[in-house]
Design a protein around this ligand. Structure first.
Ligand code: NI
Length: 171
């Protein structure tokens, strides 16, 4: 496995719509293994392929990463994830993103979602997710459509975060 380069805002790769994966091959599995290792190395709970510069519809998530970043508790690999059901009730969640380093903001999300996807072996699965896991899945599938969490907050807060990012990168 290998740790991949992370792409950060405002890299163009993060605002592209990703392509569906036609088959879950060994190459795709290797990419997913590397994505998971990269995610754990940065103490993330989710990572989407465009964040490592690959515009394919693949996400990895692990809602059981502990506070100190201890990995490997509950990894999931989702290829071509499609949210097929969303709860009407919403929740607010304080979100961060490895592509928007050092920042976070409250984002409104559906409290529960049902997602259909292909698993690590290319088998179709359906997952009902609630709360934290549902939030992660919504955040990561957004990445596949070129949407970052900062696109879902007020313009004022978004501009504040962008300003801080610019300052960070100048330092
Ligand atoms: Ni993200």
């Amino acid at each position: 496995m290998a740790i991949l380069k992370l792409y950060t805002y405002p890299d163009k790769v993060l605002s592209q719509k990703c392509e569906a994966v036609s088959a879950v091959t060994d190459d795709i599995r290797k990419l997913m293994d590397d994505m998971l290792e990269t995610m754990y190395a940065d103490k993330g709970v989710g990572l989407a392929a465009p964040q490592v510069g690959i515009t394919k519809r693949i996400i990895v998530v692990d809602d059981k990463v502990s506070e100190d970043g201890t990995p490997g508790l509950n990894p999931r690999f989702l290829v071509n994830p499609e949210i097929i059901k969303k709860s009407e009730d919403m929740i607010w969640f304080n979100e961060g993103c490895l592509s928007v380093p050092g920042q976070c903001a409250e984002v409104e999300r559906h409290r529960a979602v049902t997602v259909r996807y292909l698993d690590y072996y290319g088998k179709e699965q359906i997952l009902d997710a609630e709360e934290y896991l549902a939030v992660i899945i919504q955040h990561e599938t957004d990445h596949l459509d070129g949407i970052l969490y900062i696109d879902r907050i007020s313009r004022l807060k978004r501009n504040m975060i962008i300003k801080k990012l610019k300052k960070q990168s100048e330092e």
